[in-house]
Ligand binder design. Structure first.
Ligand SMILES: [Zn+2]
Length: 59
């Protein structure tokens, strides 16, 4: 029976998201951003049409 190594889960699980600073508080995943969601598309948001800001969060 082989001992199973259990190391510390120090994987730096960071996730990149793209967020709107406007009133919609919307966020796009990196996949959505690459697919073209580079600006806020929320109707009525005060930052509508403005570029989303890149942010790294703990996944
Ligand atoms: Zn917005």
């Amino acid at each position: 029976m082989a001992p199973r190594q259990i190391g510390p889960v120090e994987k730096m699980a960071k996730k990149t998201v793209y967020v709107c600073d406007g009133s919609c508080h919307g966020a796009a995943t990196e996949e959505q951003w690459i697919a073209g969601a580079k600006t806020c598309s929320a109707t009525g948001c005060n930052m509508h049409g403005m570029p989303l800001k890149r942010r790294e969060i703990e996944a």
